[in-house]
Ligand binder design. Structure first.
Ligand code: NDP
Length: 263
C-alpha cells in the first residue's frame, strides 16, 4: 500500500527515541521529509545525523524543543515552515508516564502530569494548525495510552490525564474537520526507553533483560506474550498520519498485544 507521503513534510515530537524515532525512520523510508524534536539536544543530534546519513541532509530537520514551552514550539513551527514550506501531519508523541498511586501523588505531581499530558497536545496543535490546514490533507495523530480507557491504580494521575486527552482529541476531531483529521493510538506496553529505565532500576539486578521482559509480559497478561516493538507502533502512527487514512478521524486504535479487557 502506498501511504501517499512521498516528499511530504511530517512533524514528530519526541522523535529522538523509542516510538517517535522509529516513526521518523519509517516516514523517511516512505519518502517523507521529517522534522523531529526532543528536549535533549545531544541524543537528538546523534539520531538526526544517523537519519541524515541515510536519507539526505535536506530531508531531516531536528530541533531541541520542550513541547511544553510555547516560544520553543512556535519557533520550531517557524523552522518547519521555512525549511519544508509547511507540514501535512503532526504526530504528538513526546512524553512519558508517571508511576504513582493516589496516596503517593502530591498536588505538584498532579499539576506536572496534567500539564505534560495536556500541553504536549495543545501547544503543538496551536503552532502547526495553520500549516496542516493549508496542506489540504492535514492530520494530527497522538500517541496516547490504553490507560486512558483502562486505568491502573499504580499510575493513577497518568491514567486520569490520558482519559482527558482522549476527550480533548475527540473535540478537536470535530472542531478541526474537514481540513484536519485527528486520531490517536492507545499503546499498551511497548519496549522503549521508558521500559529500559524501569529494567535498569529492577529490584533483582541479577535478572537478565530477557527474563525481566518475559516476566513483565506474563505479569501484565499480554495475550501475544511479549511487549510491542516501537516499529510496530510506528507503522500505525504513520498510517493514521498519511493520506491512506483519508476517511478516518476521531478514531482511537489500540496497539497492545490484546491487553484490554473491554469490548
Ligand atoms: P521514550 O522515552 O523512548 O521516548 C520519549 C521521547 O519523548 C524522547 O524523544 C524524549 O526526549 C521526548 N520527550 C519527552 N518529554 C518531552 C518534552 N516535554 N518535550 C519534547 N520532547 C519530549 O518513550 P516512548 O517511545 O515509549 O514514548 C513515546 C510516547 O508513548 C510517550 O508519550 C509515552 O508516554 C507514550 N506511551 C508509551 C508506552 C510504552 O509502553 N512505551 C505506553 C503508553 C504510552 P527528551 O527526553 O530528550 O525530551
Amino acid at each position: 500500500m502506498d501511504l501517499g507521503l512521498k516528499d511530504k513534510p511530517v512533524v514528530v515530537t519526541g522523535g529522538s527515541s523509542g516510538i517517535g524515532l522509529e516513526t521518523a525512520r519509517l516516514l523517511l523510508d516512505e519518502g517523507a521529509r521529517v522534522a523531529i524534536c526532543a528536549r535533549g539536544a545531544e541524543r537528538l543530534e546523534r539520531v538526526a545525523d544517523e537519519l541524515r546519513d541515510k536519507h539526505g541532509k535536506d530531508r531531516v530537520l531536528a530541533r531541541p524543543v520542550n513541547v511544553l514551552v510555547e516560544e520553543e514550539v512556535t519557533a520550531f513551527a517557524a523552522d518547519v515552515q521555512e525549511t519544508f514550506g509547511g507540514a501535512v501531519a503532526l504526530i504528538n508523541n513526546a512524553g512519558q508516564g508517571r508511576v504513582s498511586t493516589f496516596a503517593e501523588t502530591t498536588d505538584d505531581a498532579w499539576r506536572e502530569e496534567l500539564e505534560l499530558k495536556y500541553f504536549s497536545q495543545i501547544r503543538p496543535v496551536r503552532a502547526f494548525q495553520a500549516m496542516l490546514k493549508a496542506s489540504g490533507e492535514g492530520a494530527i495523530v497522538a500517541t496516547n495510552s490504553l490507560l486512558a480507557l483502562q486505568p491502573e491504580p499504580h499510575m493513577v494521575c497518568t491514567s486520569s490525564a490520558r482519559a482527558g486527552i482522549q476527550n480533548l482529541l475527540k473535540s478537536l476531531a470535530r472542531e478541526l474537520a474537514p481540513e484536519i483529521r485527528v486520531n490517536s493510538i492507545l499503546v499498551g506496553l511497548i519496549d522503549s526507553n521508558q521500559w529500559q529505565r524501569r529494567f535498569e532500576a529492577r529490584e533483582d539486578q541479577s535478572q537478565s533483560r530477557e527474563d525481566w521482559y518475559a516476566q513483565l509480559a506474563k505479569t501484565k497478561n499480554i495475550p501475544l506474550g511479549r511487549l510491542g516493538d516501537p516499529a510496530e507502533a510506528a507503522r500505525l502512527l504513520a498510517f493514521l498520519a498519511s493520506p491512506a487514512a483519508s476517511f478516518i478521524t476521531g478514531a482511537q486504535v489500540e496497539i497492545s498485544g490484546g491487553i484490554s479487557r473491554f469490548i
